[in-house]
Design a protein around this ligand. Structure first.
Ligand SMILES: Nc1ncnc2c1ncn2[C@@H]1O[C@H](COP(=O)(O)OP(=O)(O)O)[C@@H](O)[C@H]1O
Ligand SMILES: [Mg+2]
Length: 609
């Protein structure tokens, strides 16, 4: 384990750089060292050689050894003695250097030597053969002496009139030279070591200046990966590393901005989805829910979690094919506990396509219960209108036919009756059409209300007045009651008259003879005026009450029609009162009587408003 840890350490850029530096330096030192050593050796050895040569030249110089050696008249013993003396005298140089000088005759026999040990005299020195033979005038050799000491052996021929007459041989120890070279080399080694250590330290420092910011950037990148974009890398220099750090900070900032923008967009999308009136469910290509808004759950009346298959969420009658290729629609009827009518949901499936491939599904859920209801009501209304118009028309037609073909004309009494019926029916049609027009104008908000401050008690007393005759005919007593200090209301007198006519006529119509009707008005605590038309008539069954304001709704169609009603009176009254900002409702007990209340807002003078 420890080994791997070490290996990892060396795997870092820092160490790689240090290693490279050291290796480079080592190679350089090696190259320089080898070359330098060679040069140094050459120089010192060469220098030694030159010195030996000079010495030899000095010894051989005219008037010296050569002259003495050339004297033919001397016998060899004499000559040897004189040469020896000469050599000793001349050779005072370098006494302690360990050099040995030998003088040899032309046969290579040692004539004289500076060595303590004179045993070599008279012996042949084989190392001077090459100069004696005249191959070279001088010769340098190297060898190891006793104690393995390095030695330089120099020999030079002594000539007289181009004749080799002897040789001089110098043997010098090279220890000192090599010592010098070694000392210098040691110095070099020391310097190299120092520079290696220095380089390593420098390398570490240099590598750190590179790796530290890189490390910091790496750390920062890891933080960014975890979602923290707020830390910044310190830019310490203007070099490539500094530029990298700056570029990285820039990148981080851009990413941060892009991300926050993204978040914002996501938030917007989310709030759009949340506040949408339609339910939205998005699924992936396998039909698993990935996005769902709250409305979808509300419409379906169940909780759907992300990941649920959509087919499970929507109880469709027909299975949904996957993948879906084109848009399709379906309707779902849901029976909810809290509502008596089934909720009708319109579902639109739209495939999400990316380059010819379906990658998901967007499902939009719309609660169309209300639309459906309105549609149904519209159809019912049209059917009702047709029916209401056809009934009097059929009556008129049959009566006219009877007059024309049935010979009813013959009987004036019958003819008169028939004509009266046709007139009544056509009048009813006119009323019906008038009411329908009024309603459609109210629906289209085409009625221009001419609102003015009016005293409600005046409107009420006038209306009561209008019905006094018809009420009297049925022996019905209409009483009118109101509080003092009723505020003026702000309304269109003609329209309000119509409302009251409808209500009082109903009361008169549906109240048997000798009963009473009361019309009253009072001020409610919030300033509104409450008008009530109350009768002691036949009343309305409980089950019909909720629908009584619907168009054409009548408790007893035949009775209403007989009484000339259209079934639109209460509907018109409600439209008018609501257009005035008031409300209308009905209270009734079957067989006991009925009370219709409506409210009207008080008039508030302009100054106050
Ligand atoms: N005062 C009332 N007493 C009993 N039933 C009433 C009264 N007012 C209205 N109704 C019932 O409400 C129905 C709708 O009234 P309305 O819209 O005025 O139509 P119409 O009077 O033409 O029949 C009537 O057909 C009747 O059945
Ligand atoms: Mg009516």
């Amino acid at each position: 384990m420890k080994f791997f840890k070490w290996l990892r350490l060396f795997n870092s850029v820092q160490w790689k750089m240090v290693l490279i530096y050291i290796s480079l330096l080592l190679i350089a030192i090696q190259l320089i060292g080898v070359y330098f050593f060679q040069e140094l050796e050459d120089f010192y050895v060469g220098d030694l050689e030159v010195r030996l040569k000079r010495q030899a030249d000095l010894l051989i110089s005219p008037g010296g050894m050569a002259k003495e050696l050339a004297k033919p008249q001397l016998n060899s013993a004499e000559k040897r003695k004189r040469l020896n003396k000469l050599l000793q005298n001349i050779y005072i140089l370098d006494k302690g250097s360990g050099q040995i000088v030998q003088l040899l005759d032309q046969d290579g026999v040692v004539l004289s030597t500076t060595a303590e040990n004179k045993s070599k005299i008279g012996q042949k020195n084989p190392r001077v053969t090459s100069v004696l033979r005249g191959v070279n005038t001088n010769d340098t050799q190297f060898r190891r002496g006793p104690n393995n000491q390095p030695l330089i052996l120099y020999s030079k021929a002594i000539t007289e009139n181009d004749q080799v007459i002897g040789a001089i041989y110098i043997e010098a120890p090279m220890k000192k030279t090599y010592d010098t070279i070694r000392t210098i080399n040691n110095k070099l080694l020391q310097i190299s070591l120092f520079s290696l250590v220095g380089t390593a330290i420098l390398g570490i420092i240099l590598a750190r200046t590179i790796t530290n910011p890189v490390k910091e950037i790496t750390e920062q990148a890891s933080e960014m990966a975890l979602g923290d974009f707020h830390r910044k890398v310190a830019v310490k220099s203007n070099d490539e590393i500094g530029q990298l750090a700056a570029a990285f900070n820039h990148l981080a900032q851009h990413l941060r901005e892009a991300l926050s923008q993204n978040e914002e967009e996501k938030g917007k999308l989310e709030s759009v989805l949340t506040n949408m009136n339609d339910g939205v469910i998005a699924t992936d290509d396998r039909g698993c829910v990935i996005v769902i808004n709250q409305r979808a759950g509300n419409i379906l009346g169940r909780t759907i979690a992300k990941g649920d298959p959509i087919t499970q969420a929507l109880p469709l009658s027909e299975p949904l094919p996957f993948p879906l290729v084109e848009e399709r629609q379906a309707y779902l009827e849901l029976n909810r506990e809290d509502e008596d009518e089934p909720t009708v949901v319109k579902i639109t499936f739209t495939p999400i396509r990316r380059s010819e491939e379906t990658v998901g599904l967007i499902t939009v859920l719309q609660d169309v219960t209300e639309e459906n209801k309105l549609d149904r009501q519209r159809k019912e209304f049209v059917a009702n209108v047709s029916h209401e118009l056809r009934t009097p028309l059929t009556t008129i037609k049959s009566y006219l036919e009877a007059l024309d073909e049935g010979g009813a004309m013959e009987d004036p009494e019958l003819a008169k009756r028939f004509l009266r019926v046709t007139r009544q029916e056509s009048e009813r049609m006119t009323r019906l059409i008038h009411d329908l027009l009024q309603l459609s104008r109210l629906d289209a908000q085409k009625v221009r209300f001419n609102r003015q401050p009016v005293a409600i008690e005046e409107i009420l007393s006038d209306a009561v007045e209008r019905f006094s005759i018809s009420a009297e005919q049925k022996n019905i007593d209409i009483s009118f009651r109101f509080n003092d200090h009723l505020p003026k209301i702000y309304g269109d007198r003609d329209q309000l008259d119509q409302v009251l006519d409808n209500l009082i006529s109903n009361a008169v119509k549906y109240t048997p003879e000798e009963r009473s009707i009361t019309v009253s008005a009072r001020r409610r605590s919030d300033g509104f005026v409450v008008v009530a038309v109350s009768d002691r008539g036949i009343g309305i069954p409980q089950k019909d009450l909720a629908l009584i304001f619907e168009r054409f709704y009548r408790v007893d169609k035949a009775r209403s029609r007989n009484m000339g009603g259209t079934g639109l009176g209460l509907a018109i009254a409600r439209e008018i009162i609501e257009a005035h900002g008031g409300s209308i409702d009905i209270d009734s007990r079957y067989g006991w009587g009925t009370t219709v209340h409506f409210t009207l807002p008080p008039y508030v003078p302009e100054v106050i408003r």
